[in-house]
Design a protein around this ligand. Structure first.
Ligand code: GAR
Length: 204
């Protein structure tokens, strides 16, 4: 069975991309292969991680392309060029329109750093999510991997893991704990799960 061809979409540091690369090396991720890393940000360190691991990378910049429609057309063309089966949003800080998401139903997954439906949706990304959780005073937070549809952070949940908040946590400390205890474990597991389903589907 051919592995599912994966595009990882990134915007920043790329520690979740690194978790996927490591999972591919260790064999946790074996039903899919990372075919390309796509960044909207030319300065993302995630691009360096791709280079260091011999993975193709592409930049598709909304700023350079000028509109949401041109940006999404650019993404689609790149995904087609690499014959992609599965799109993984790993710290990708752009909202995708319904026009885009409906072309890839159950083929886009995202990792979000909270227990959805808490602290999610438009405006909740990166450190802001952890700031909001601490401000609210919740005692448990976590991470969620879900399918992406037209509702920001609203698609079907694939995997979730809880993480405890400790007294004195700052957003940065909490972000790191959620990554270590949840995101870097869950995302590779979810990508393997969905990749194996895609492989089976394509064999029918
Ligand atoms: C991660 O915590 C990811 O869950 C979050 O941004 C961080 C990216 O880190 N994504 C979102 O908030 C999306 N709504 P990384 O670039 O090191 O993987």
């Amino acid at each position: 069975m051919n592995p599912a061809r994966i595009a990882v979409l990134v915007s920043g540091g790329g520690t979740n991309l690194q978790a996927l690369i490591d999972a591919q090396k260790s064999g946790i991720l074996h039903s899919g292969t990372i075919a390309v890393v796509i960044s909207n940000n030319p300065n993302a360190f995630a691009l360096e991680r791709a280079r260091q691991n011999g993975i193709a990378s592409e930049i598709v910049s909304k700023k350079a392309l000028g509109s949401q429609a041109a940006f999404e057309d650019g993404l689609k063309a790149t995904l087609k060029a690499y014959d992609i089966d599965l799109i993984v949003l790993a710290g990708f800080m752009c909202i995708l329109s319904e026009n885009f998401t409906r072309c890839y139903e159950k083929r886009i997954i995202n990792v979000h750093p909270s227990l959805i439906p808490s602290f999610c949706g438009e405006g909740f990304y990166g450190l802001r999510v952890h700031q909001a959780a601490l401000e609210y005073g919740v005692k448990v937070t976590g991470a969620t991997v879900h399918f992406v549809n037209e509702i920001p952070d609203g698609g079907e949940i694939i995997l979730q893991k809880a993480v405890e908040i400790q007294p004195g946590d700052t957003p940065e400390v909490l972000q790191r704990r959620v990554m270590e205890q949840a995101e870097w474990i869950l995302l590779p597991q979810a990508v393997e799960l969905v990749s194996s389903r895609i492989c089976k589907e394509s064999c029918r």
